[in-house]
Design a binder for this molecule. Structure first.
Ligand code: C2O
Ligand code: CU
Length: 460
């Protein structure tokens, strides 16, 4: 019965998306990107100068209901750098996508830009600059946008929490290192930090009664770190990836979140009162607690496994008729670009490319090519088999549209906007070119993105 109502609510809601002005005029939220000082390192260390939205780390959580119109004014208070905001994972009009030089003019210091678009999908999304991305994201510019299901469609939970996973590269005096253009990071695994945080603290802490069910919205805003999470004292279901609900929540024991990815978890606290339920990060030198839930009694009764989140309105993939546009990823340390690559219109050898700070190529092209990787017509299904010939993993992100992985026998994986491709793998994605415009397609490790791994797709 519940399921039926959800479907009907979803269908009835669609015409509303065209109704501009639902949020009313003049209610824009201001996000001011500017330097700020915060206590980021543990007690006893000095404050750190960061770049933040409205002085907050992570940036303010924007919470809106599906169907509302988001209105945000970006004010650029950064010292000497242009900026923009990219709304990561949102299906929105191309001119709101926030890519300087592709979808809008860069916003110079002292100036502002108004973003305004309808929130079509419920889910966990985030926002970040798309200019000088390594530096601006690494200095702290990132925030979460939660689009809530309509009241009647929300899962029955006792809490709904955002957990922003990040890392920072700091010197021992808690100053953020300014080595944003380091060639070693670009040509290896990206700019890994040496200090991991959840919501800008060393550990997330919360109390909860035994048997409580929480929705945890995990967002990886790190520029290079891939988190592998394990759990203790809780039953965990994966309910959505990159904002899009799975067909049904899946019981999981481990969750991997690459840069830019999100995972919505539904967790039941099952530790005994007085004990602690934990989310831990498996790292090279050990396993560290990221989040601790102090469990209290008396417990509440255990519940049945959670139901699926209400689906967003996703397009139909036509795999049979789909055009395949292969993508070959090459370069980086250990493998290099022995054949050279085209950069800014000229073919260059590996040494000249390295001198220009370019270490990677997609289909023999480093950086934004003049012609898009794919020119699709509106409504066309495109398949992109991606071959990773490099020695590193890459988190491939498509703007403006979500894709599904094509698995064996043409089975389809979950809807996503960012897919991690490990060295040696061939992973194929398929998407419907459902929105007109020029959309970026790049590795979401900004050190790789800036040093070659970006391209774009035109839909018209
Ligand atoms: Cu989250 Cu092109 O970006
Ligand atoms: Cu990469």
């Amino acid at each position: 019965m519940l399921r039926r109502r959800e479907v009907m609510a979803g269908a009835a809601a669609l015409p509303l998306l065209g109704l501009a002005g639902r949020a009313g005029a003049g209610t824009a939220t201001v996000l001011r990107a500017a330097p700020a000082r915060v206590q980021l390192a543990p007690e006893g260390y000095p404050e750190t100068e960061v770049w933040a939205y409205n002085g907050q780390l992570p940036g303010p959580i924007l919470r809106h209901e599906r169907g509302h119109v988001l209105q945000v004014r970006l004010e650029n208070g950064l010292p000497g750098q242009d900026s923009t905001i990219h709304w990561h994972g949102l299906r929105l009009p191309n001119e709101m996508d926030g890519v300087p030089g592709l979808t809008q003019a860069p916003v110079p210091p002292g100036e502002a830009f108004d973003y305004r678009f309808a929130l079509r999908d419920a889910g966990t999304f985030w926002y970040h600059p798309h200019a000088h991305s390594v530096e601006q994201i690494s200095r702290g510019l990132a925030g979460v946008l939660v689009v809530e299901e309509r009241q009647a469609d929300r899962p029955d939970v006792d809490g709904d929490e955002v957990l922003v996973l990040d890392d920072w590269r700091m010197a021992s005096d808690a100053v953020i290192r300014d080595d944003f253009g380091a060639w070693h990071d670009m040509s290896h695994a990206g700019r890994l930090g040496n200090f991991v945080t959840v919501n800008a603290a060393p550990e997330y802490r919360r109390k909860g009664r035994r048997g409580e069910r929480l929705r945890l919205r995990l967002v990886n805003t790190a520029t290079a770190r891939i988190f592998t999470l394990r759990f203790r004292g809780m039953r965990v279901w994966l309910a959505a990836l990159d904002g899009m609900p799975l067909e049904g929540p899946e019981a999981v024991e481990e969750v991997v979140i690459a840069p830019a990815q999100r995972a919505d978890l539904l967790v039941d606290l099952v530790a005994e009162p007085g004990e602690e339920a934990l989310i831990a990060s498996v790292e090279r030198d050990g396993t560290y607690a990221l989040a601790g839930f102090e469990v209290t009694g008396p417990g509440r009764a255990a519940r049945a496994a959670p139901a699926a989140l209400p689906p967003n309105d996703m397009p139909m993939l036509e795999l049979g008729q789909a055009r395949a546009v292969p993508l070959v990823m090459e370069g980086g340390a250990m493998r290099g670009l022995p054949e050279g690559a085209v950069w800014r219109g000229s073919k260059m050898d590996m040494r000249a490319l390295a001198e220009a700070g370019q270490f990677w190529a997609f289909n023999g092209m480093a950086g934004m090519a003049e012609a898009p990787l794919v020119e699709a017509f509106l409504g066309e299904t495109i398949r992109i088999p991606m071959t990773n010939r490099t020695a590193f993993s890459h988190a491939m992100h498509l703007h403006g549209m979500h894709f599904r992985e094509v698995l064996d026998d043409d089975r389809l994986g979950p809807w996503r906007d960012t897919l991690l491709v490990a060295p040696g793998e061939v992973r194929e994605i398929a998407f419907v070119a459902e929105s007109a415009g020029d959309w970026m397609f790049h590795c979401h490790m900004p050190s790789h993105q800036m040093s070659g791994m970006m391209n774009w797709i035109r839909v018209s």
